[in-house]
Design a protein around this ligand. Structure first.
Ligand code: FA5
Length: 346
């Protein structure tokens, strides 16, 4: 048996040298380990052996099997290499990008942000930005939000450690630095640095100590809008928001302004949207943003003459708009980095 197996491995090694195509390899493999193969026949003969002989012969067969497997693996590699070589031909350009490299795509929030900004650009708005770590003054005081306002409570706002310094938002005296709770702080910075008239939209990240659920995140995004000019009125506010909603949700979408309160606008409104194109949310009034005319006190705090100028402002939640556009039912999908979700927007 030992000699028979040694002979089998020697023949297999010798014949392997002549195998050069995949078809030859398959035939070769069948001759040895196929149902009628030479090694298979030896293995079958184990059944005729006595109990004592079996372990000894079994060991020999295993050794032969291992040798044959190694020959087959080397053959497989040799054939794959020659197939790749043939497929590539002589003209190989290694600088070309791989044809099957996975292409990335923009995140749905990025797409929605760009879509919103494009809409406002059509109305002459330009993009403004401000720091995410903000002084209490820019986030609250300049927006007419007094120190005892609930929004400033530690329960609602994330405060930076007292020792923290930020070059983008230098502190005045002992005031605290906060993670901005809304993008309205960019209004303040714009009014302080630009001369009216101007129209800006400010997209950015906001932070609140909100409990996370299907519609709330502790870290979300807003897009703020501000238009300061002579004689800006509620009619302008309605016109701007109506244009935005029709561009975003279709010509048959409608808006409704519901009286509300923000310390920095007077009058203040919640803007509701109704559209027949929103799946299960169709034809219902849905609250999507806060807005109003800039409170003259805010204009004065930001060094703009409130007798000469007036303004409108609004702030919308980016995630909420993206959820409505795409029929997404849980805000947390945006942050999980699940490719099955993200690929739907490719
Ligand atoms: C504000 O933040 C005001 N600064 C908006 C404003 C700007 C009013 C200018 C007047 C003039 P509010 O807290 O309602 O308002 O937030 C605005 C939007 O941000 C909400 O309609 C909602 O879409 C979104 N938002 C607020 N909190 C969260 C949260 N935790 N997670 C996700 N989105 C949120």
């Amino acid at each position: 048996m030992q000699t028979q197996l040694a002979q089998l491995v020697a023949t297999a090694t010798q014949e392997a040298a002549a195998v050069s195509t995949r078809a030859e390899m398959e035939a070769y493999k069948a001759r040895i380990v196929g149902p009628n193969g030479s090694l298979t026949a030896v293995m079958k003969s184990m059944a005729t052996l006595s109990k004592e002989e079996r372990p000894v012969v079994g060991k020999l067969i295993n050794e032969a099997k291992k040798a044959v497997e190694e020959i087959l693996a080397a053959l497989q590699q040799k054939i794959e290499n020659s197939e790749i070589g043939a497929a590539l031909g002589a003209a190989v350009d290694p600088t070309l990008t791989s044809p099957d490299a996975a292409a990335g795509s923009l995140h749905p929030l990025t797409r929605t942000r760009e879509r919103i900004l494009t809409t406002f650009r059509k109305l002459g708005f330009t993009v403004a930005e401000g720091p995410e770590i903000e002084t209490e003054w820019h986030c609250f005081d300049a927006l007419n939000t007094p120190p005892d306002h609930p929004a400033r409570d530690m329960q609602d706002t994330l405060y930076m450690p007292k020792s923290f310094r930020s070059a983008d938002a230098p502190r005045r005296g002992e005031e605290a630095l906060v993670l901005r709770t809304h993008t309205s702080s960019v209004q303040v910075r714009t009014m302080l640095t630009r001369k009216p008239p101007f129209r800006i939209v400010a997209p950015g990240r906001c932070f609140r100590r909100d409990a996370v659920d299907a519609t709330h995140s502790a870290n979300f995004h807003q897009v703020e809008g501000l238009w300061i000019d002579k004689n800006v009125t509620l009619a302008d506010l309605r016109g701007v928001l109506d244009f935005f909603v029709k561009e975003t949700f279709g010509a048959d979408a409608e808006i409704r302004l519901r009286p509300s309160f923000f310390p920095f606008t007077e009058p203040s409104f919640e803007m509701d949207l109704r559209s027949p194109n929103l799946g299960r949310l169709s034809n219902r009034w849905l609250e999507i943003m806060g807005c109003g005319l800039v409170d003259p006190k805010v204009l004065e705090l930001c060094e703009i003459d409130s007798k000469e100028y007036s303004g409108l402002a609004f702030g919308l939640g980016l995630e909420r708009i993206a959820m409505l556009i795409h029929g997404i039912d849980d805000i947390r999908h945006f942050y999980n980095n699940d490719l099955r979700f993200l690929r739907q927007f490719a």
